[in-house]
Ligand binder design. Structure first.
Ligand code: SF4
Ligand code: SF4
Length: 315
């Protein structure tokens, strides 16, 4: 085992203290503004850097049912929570056999609704149903497609061969049909954010997709993340040093529902990034999940506090 692996082993163990004995940072839930549902971890792609380790075989997160989702909507109402936005992620949400009925239910309950999809083939089966939802609910429904890069070769290096064209075709169809569409993109290490934005703008123009790459409503560009990188732990002093606030982290205003394989009830996790680690299981109800979250995972440092960007908006 090399020195780097040994260092990593000592970290992210004790929820209260870091490896060098300092008080670990934690985040309190303020108010639940956004509730995510992970519809299931199975995906029709096997991306190299999928932080949730999805692929066609990974069913560690079972499909959520319409009934599962409905019970959380009831709880939102019962607790009078200020939740406005419901987000769906996976895996690929359109693989879940209940997904269209879940979408309908969400929109009928008046929530703003954001679907993160890889846009690769599966969504095409539901064109008619989606058009009907778009006619009824318009702007309330937002679909965000992950296009890992504006160049086909870099996108396909991450997502697999012959994925770029069909994904772009879906994006164009959604745009042409008047859906509220956005793209989740990525800037590779060797390029700046503005170079990436320019690259996406050129692509949109070439394919006559009328999105404005300079608007965060239309394009979100995430930095490239090396999931094997050794990262420091976050202590209570880091907030001041880094000039960051606990309130800016996703777990201060969001939660994610998952159903771990073999469990009857779904569980509430603090954010979209941590789907499996049992220490982050906050119970099965939103009420039980009003807990302070110790930042005891490398993603807390890598994606959130140091990265300044979460992967929550990609699929
Ligand atoms: S990964 Fe980020 S959002 Fe999730 S618990 Fe850690 S700090 Fe909070
Ligand atoms: S990154 Fe998205 S599309 Fe790729 S395997 Fe993961 S869930 Fe599927």
């Amino acid at each position: 085992m090399n020195e780097l692996s040994l260092k990593s082993l000592d970290k992210f163990v004790d929820p209260r203290l870091t490896a060098d004995g300092q008080e670990r940072a934690s985040v309190e839930l303020g108010s639940l503004k956004t509730l995510w549902f992970n519809t299931g971890s199975v995906c029709n792609l096997s991306c190299e850097n999928c932080y949730i380790e999805s692929n066609p075989q990974n069913d560690r997160l079972a499909y959520l049912t319409t009934g599962n989702v409905a019970s959380y909507f009831k709880e939102i109402k019962m607790l009078k929570l200020p939740t406005k936005l419901i987000g769906f992620t996976g895996g690929e949400p359109f693989l879940n056999p209940d997904f269209l009925s879940i979408l309908q239910l969400t929109l009928e309950n008046g929530f703003d609704t954001l679907v993160l999809t890889n846009g690769f083939r599966r969504i095409e089966r539901y064109k008619k149903e989606l058009q009907a939802l778009n006619r009824c609910f318009g702007e309330k429904l937002q679909i965000r497609i992950s296009l890992d890069h504006y160049s086909p070769s870099i996108h396909e290096k991450e997502r697999g061969g012959r994925t770029f064209g069909p994904t772009l075709k879906t994006a164009k169809w959604l745009f042409d049909q008047g859906f509220r569409l956005s793209i989740a993109g990525r800037a590779i290490e060797s390029e700046s954010q503005s170079e990436a934005v320019q690259g996406y703008q050129t692509l949109f123009k070439k394919y006559e997709i009328g999105l404005n790459a300079n608007s965060s409503e239309h394009l979100v560009v995430f930095p490239e993340m090396d999931l094997d990188k050794d990262v420091p732990e976050i202590t209570v002093d880091c907030w001041g040093i880094l000039k960051k606030e606990p309130e800016q982290q996703m777990c201060a205003s969001e939660r994610m529902i998952v159903k771990h394989k073999g469990n009857i009830n779904p569980s509430v996790m603090p954010c979209t990034l941590l789907a499996y680690d049992p220490q982050f299981n906050l119970g099965s109800t939103l009420n039980s999940a009003r807990k302070t979250v110790p930042l005891n995972h490398k993603f807390c440092a890598q994606f959130c506090v140091l990265g300044g960007a979460s992967c929550s908006s990609t699929a």
